[in-house]
Design a binder for this molecule. Structure first.
Ligand SMILES: [Zn+2]
Length: 213
């Protein structure tokens, strides 16, 4: 199997275009190291690239992507925790000032969770990953008179709330948030319209970012 031609062509376009404009920036970042101010936790979904949505250049965003943009609870056990490792580095070393959890519409991970799909492989990795979304004893169900579409959106947004809640279980995050040195944010991307809503943590509601309308 050859390396995908799409990637060769894409790199060629990058090298002949954007890289030309940003070469100095890449050199500077290589020498001085990265110092992004913002970390984004997003979904793996190919439609919701944070760098594209936020028009970010090299060195601007420290990004972690996983199925359904979930942050696990702080679990200092013997396991290998990818999201926790990224959080540790972003907060303790890079000293990011903001962590943004970016949820999105038509999330396949959330859909799999809602539909309680059968394991896709014997490992049932998605099932186990999504299971952390709910707390023991908690149930997630469609409300009376709630359409499937509204239910799905509610759960997609609930995943953002749960991740924000779980972020606060990390002592090194909680301490900095309480000191006002780190701020946590939620956002939601509407794939169809390319819309961005930002979470107002006081009212627990998402409001349109108010641009591009
Ligand atoms: Zn998703």
């Amino acid at each position: 199997m050859s390396f995908p031609q799409r990637l060769i062509d894409g790199y060629s376009a990058f090298a002949g275009g954007r890289l030309q404009r940003e070469q100095d920036r890449y050199r500077e970042l290589a020498e001085a190291g990265q110092s992004p101010q913002i970390m984004v936790i997003g979904c793996c979904d190919s439609r919701v690239s944070p760098e594209v949505i936020f028009d970010a250049g090299p060195g601007e965003l420290f990004v972690v992507r996983n199925v359904a943009n979930l942050v696990p609870v702080f679990q200092p056990d013997g396991g290998a925790h990818g999201v926790s490792a990224a959080l540790e580095y972003a907060v303790q070393v890079l000293r990011v000032k903001h962590i943004v959890v970016l949820g999105h519409a038509q999330c396949g991970g959330i859909r799999a969770f809602i539909d309680k799909i059968e394991p896709l492989s014997p490992g049932d990795f998605i099932g186990k990953w999504m299971a952390m979304f709910i707390k023991p004893g908690e149930t997630v169900a469609q409300r009376d008179h709630e359409t499937m579409a509204d239910f799905t959106i509610r759960i997609e947004k609930a995943a953002v709330f749960r991740s924000l809640e779980n972020l606060m279980t990390f002592p090194f995050i909680r301490t900095l948030v309480e000191r006002g040195e780190l701020t946590l944010h939620g956002a939601y991307f509407g794939v169809k319209e390319g819309s961005l809503s930002v979470l107002d943590q006081a009212t627990k509601e998402f409001h349109s970012a108010g641009v591009g309308e």
